[in-house]
Write a protein that binds this ligand. Structure first.
Ligand code: PMP
Length: 352
């Protein structure tokens, strides 16, 4: 740390992204990326002609992509906001909608929420999950502060219903409620149609998981026009060109080939359910997941040890040191073959 850093940042506990090691080729099941490549049209869109255009700024309004997403989801383009990954949108939401200085979210959830809160000096209300890692929607009713809920939640993969989301929206009419749907395409139910009814709802999604574009950095949000214009106000006060040309071209192509991605999601869901059953046969407790990962613990080996033993054998999974979940590991669903290797490797570790 230099002596020039503003003192308000010196205590910041930064977000720790999942490791992206370069020392050898791993079966990578640690950061919830898709095991499938981008669709043919995306590969074609990121071509030399596009690269040549890189000398020109990208469209700050992201008009074409916004129109394509609006058409696919049946909403108006004015109800859509695009950004450099959904992290960017969450960041802007914490910046924009936390008047009152408080933010509520589940105690076990996406680790970035507390980082944003700390970054902006916002007091956190971390709400415990139930024993079975589910969210009790009643805990969020009438909280009277900015609220973020990942649905499905991470790293648990559990969901809450649309009816419960409506209750939370109705009982917090003066605060923005963010529903982070990063994993919604893996059998969750999106609440974006509710934006027509609730002016305080912000629904955040991403191309990183179901659309195989984590490296392109593309997130999108649905909300009432007024909330979208607030997000744009922040964007145009920080970085108007925050979605680059190659990503815009790739995003448009991905929307054109949406069926390809939805088919991949179905494959991932089938692989998830098969892997869950196989791990259960090995004595694991697996939390029922509606995401592209599972959260599992073995009665025979600790979470940290399993992570280390798998890493030695070329398989990366995610372990969190928080004592409340340190017996567990979060395992991203890869291809069927990758998950067969995982299960067989775990069998070998347990038998060793
Ligand atoms: N929300 C949740 C719940 C996540 O797990 C992630 C992925 N780390 C994100 C948002 C951010 O995804 P991205 O910035 O790649 O869109």
């Amino acid at each position: 740390m230099s002596r020039f850093l503003n003192s308000k940042y010196t205590e910041l506990e930064v977000y720790t992204p999942g490791e992206q090691p370069r020392d050898m080729k791993y079966i990578k099941l640690n950061t919830n990326e898709s095991p499938y490549p981008p669709s043919p049209a995306v590969l074609a869109a990121v071509n030399a002609d596009q690269a040549e255009l890189l000398r020109l700024y990208s469209d700050p309004e992201c008009k074409n992509l916004k129109n394509s997403i609006a058409k696919l989801y049946g909403v108006n383009p004015e109800n859509i906001y695009l950004s450099n990954g959904s992290d960017d949108i969450l960041n802007f939401a914490f910046m924009a909608f936390t008047e009152g200085g408080k933010a509520a979210f589940p105690e076990i959830s996406y680790g970035f929420y507390k980082v944003f809160a700390q970054l902006y000096g916002i007091e956190c209300r971390k709400i415990p999950l139930r024993e079975d890692f589910s969210i009790d929607p009643e805990d969020y009713c009438g909280l009277g502060c900015f609220t973020v809920i990942a649905n499905p939640n991470a790293p648990t993969g559990r969901t809450i219903s649309l009816e419960d989301i409506e209750k939370i929206l109705q009982t917090n009419p003066d605060n923005v409620v963010v529903i982070d749907e990063a994993y919604v395409d893996f059998s969750g139910q999106s609440c974006y149609p509710l934006i027509k009814k609730y002016k305080n709802l912000l629904v955040v999604q991403t191309f990183s998981k179901s659309r195989s574009m984590a490296g392109a950095r593309l997130g999108f949000a649905f909300a009432d026009e007024e909330l979208i214009s607030d997000l744009k106000r922040i964007k145009f006060s920080t970085n108007p060109y925050n979605v680059n040309r190659l990503t815009l071209a790739a995003g448009e192509a991905a929307i054109r080939e949406n069926d390809y991605y939805m088919e991949n999601c179905r494959r991932i869901m089938a692989t998830r359910d098969r892997t869950t059953a196989e791990l259960e046969k090995l004595g694991f407790t697996v939390i029922p997941s509606k995401a592209n990962f599972i959260f599992a613990k073995s009665g025979r080996i600790g979470g940290q040890e399993l992570y280390e033993e798998l890493k030695k054998r070329g398989i990366l999974i995610r372990h969190f040191s928080d004592p409340k979940i340190s017996d567990f590991n979060r395992i991203t669903i890869g291809t069927d073959d990758e998950m067969t290797i995982l299960v067989n490797t775990i069998k070998n570790i347990l038998e060793a």
